[in-house]
Design a protein around this ligand. Structure first.
Ligand SMILES: [Zn+2]
Length: 191
């Protein structure tokens, strides 16, 4: 996917590192994350906000597979959101994690906490994708949009992999008669 030009600094920026920013008069601007944060910091008066660029890191899951995580730090008024995600092409896909902190938190402390959170998640497998079954009695994941089911059925991402809603249903049928609990949580919560 093509890079887009930040309307503030003019830099060509991959889509995952851009933000559509409303200006109040109904006009939307495409900004790179860095320009977006600088603008929020200026309007909110956070003059000592550290607009750091975080390099991607590679982490290994419990099966020995490597995952490359990219990071996006967004200043959201008095809070900051730190996202860590994998990319497919130039778009986030696979594992995705978020931490919410205060605007004056040390970014590298937050990054350390996010990496610990990612490591905890990577150390666990919910689904055996070869045998297409739930390994133990728990599945945790993320609800996403399924292009082939425009808004009718979700796509879930479990263990960093996409699972069609129908496939999740098939996996559940080996547990017919059992009970289940479905709990929805904020993107930054740890399940
Ligand atoms: Zn920019």
């Amino acid at each position: 996917m093509a890079h887009e030009r930040c309307e503030q600094c003019g830099n060509q920026t991959p889509p995952w590192d851009t933000i559509h920013c409303g200006s109040g008069d109904g006009h939307y601007e495409l900004l790179c994350t860095s320009c977006f944060n600088a603008r929020i910091a200026e309007s909110a008066g956070f003059t000592d906000f550290e607009n750091v660029r975080l390099d991607p890191i590679q982490l290994i899951d419990c099966e020995g597979d490597a995952h490359q995580f990219h990071f996006q730090l967004r200043l959201l008024g008095a809070r900051i959101a730190l996202d860590g995600f994998e990319l497919q092409g130039e778009l986030p896909a696979g594992y995705r994690f978020q931490l919410i902190g205060e605007a004056d938190d040390d970014v590298f402390v937050l990054l350390g906490r996010l990496i610990e959170k990612i490591r905890r998640a990577l150390s666990f497998r919910h689904v055996d994708f070869r045998e297409r079954r739930i390994i133990d009695s728990m599945v945790r994941g993320r609800i996403e949009w399924d292009e082939s089911q425009p808004g009718h059925l979700p796509l879930v991402v479990v263990d960093g992999k996409e699972v069609l809603w129908d496939d999740l249903g098939r996996m559940l049928m080996s547990m017919e008669g059992w009970q289940f609990r479905l709990e929805i949580a904020d993107p930054s919560d740890e399940l």
